[in-house]
Design a protein around this ligand. Structure first.
Ligand SMILES: Cc1ncc(C[n+]2csc(CCOP(=O)(O)OP(=O)(O)O)c2C)c(N)n1
Ligand code: SF4
Length: 318
């Protein structure tokens, strides 16, 4: 008798990455495109939903884990990255994706944004960048350019906006990209690449907030006033190569970071999207496993708790 064929691995349906929770974003919100892109990317990668942890901060964008049928945690304002770091270190077998707004990530969470870049924990961070604090009614966020006045502001901003790609290059993120919420096809591809990258990947996403930001509208990105899209795809240039081939070569690193930095400063009528920079370096979790060999075979959550009798210490201090 022929041997029984091995059971085919279960194929997850796109629907299995969606919850039944009512999505309460405003009609036309760019968040819908980002949500759909994350669900499609997880589906394309066929990552079992029970092996994914979605971690968010606070804001309209912070609701994202409610709508994705994986493990999820809606944490404090600006704290998605430290919580995501903890989740990955506790269970290195999880695919960890942190999400949040530009106020969440580049404002109140700015310190975590910088320090997560230098650690290179194997996880992904996706920022919904709309130039405003959506949930709290449209105040200027850290990315709103100087001189801009949105619908909800009495006067134009007198502060410079930050450049998230430049910050990420300086902080040490090992994969840096940018997408556009309403170009879902491209965004799915970028989320797939970001999640597949070994190390901390950072994806800034231009997101439209039609309720509070009447400057960066879908018509503006489409360039209806200038007759061509303002979104420039970096890979449309056949010569664009963001990948560092020799991670030991400081010259190559500086050259590639320089090109990415230049592209990140394109403004006005040409906004670069795509992969800006990519390098393969040892991850924090890998380095930890070198120090604690038991982590190679078992995630921390499966290891017995370390116990120590502290009574002698207290007795000594008494
Ligand atoms: C410690 C703390 N400070 C302030 C707030 C109020 N707050 C809630 S959401 C938010 C801003 C959200 O903006 P953003 O991060 O850009 O996300 P969006 O709503 O645009 O997706 C603020 C200031 C809070 N919840 N917690
Ligand atoms: S306020 Fe803006 S970001 Fe928030 S749900 Fe509405 S459109 Fe989206």
């Amino acid at each position: 008798m022929p041997e029984a064929a091995a059971a085919a691995p279960k194929k997850f349906a796109l629907q299995e990455y969606k919850t039944e929770v009512h999505v309460d974003w405003c009609p036309g919100c760019g968040d819908f495109g980002i949500l759909s892109s994350i669900q499609q990317a997880l589906f394309q990668l066929q990552i079992p939903p029970y092996k994914v942890a979605m971690i968010s901060g606070i804001g309209c964008s912070g609701k994202t884990p409610h709508y994705i049928d994986t493990y999820g945690l809606h944490t404090l304002h600006g704290r998605a990255l430290p919580v995501a770091t903890g989740a990955k270190l506790a269970n290195n077998q999880l695919t960890v994706v942190a999400v949040g707004g530009d106020g969440d990530g580049y404002g109140i969470g700015a310190g975590y944004f910088v320090n997560s870049g230098r650690r290179n924990v194997d996880m992904t961070y996706i920022v919904f960048n709309n130039g405003v604090y959506g949930l709290t009614k449209g105040q200027a966020s850290p990315t709103l350019a100087k001189g801009s006045k949105t619908k909800s502001m009495p006067e134009a901003s007198i502060q410079e906006g930050v450049n998230p790609i430049a910050l990420a290059l300086g902080a040490g993120y090992t994969w840096i990209g940018r997408g556009y919420a309403l170009d879902v096809k491209n965004l799915v591809s970028l989320v797939v690449q970001a999640i597949s990258h070994k190390g901390t990947s950072f994806l800034d996403v231009f997101q439209t907030c039609p309720v509070y930001n009447d400057l960066r509208t879908k018509e503006w990105y489409a360039g209806e006033d200038i007759g061509r899209t303002r979104i420039r795809k970096l890979d449309a240039d056949a010569k664009w190569d963001p990948i560092v081939k020799d991670p030991a070569s400081i010259d190559e690193i500086v050259e590639k970071k320089g090109l990415a930095l230049r592209a990140s400063y394109e403004t006005g009528d040409s906004l670069a999207t795509g992969v800006f920079y990519s390098i393969q370096l040892p991850t924090y979790d890998e380095q930890l496993a070198m120090k604690v060999p038991a982590l190679k075979d078992h995630p921390l959550v499966d290891l017995p708790l370390y116990q120590r009798d502290v009574d002698p210490l207290f007795a000594e201090l008494a």
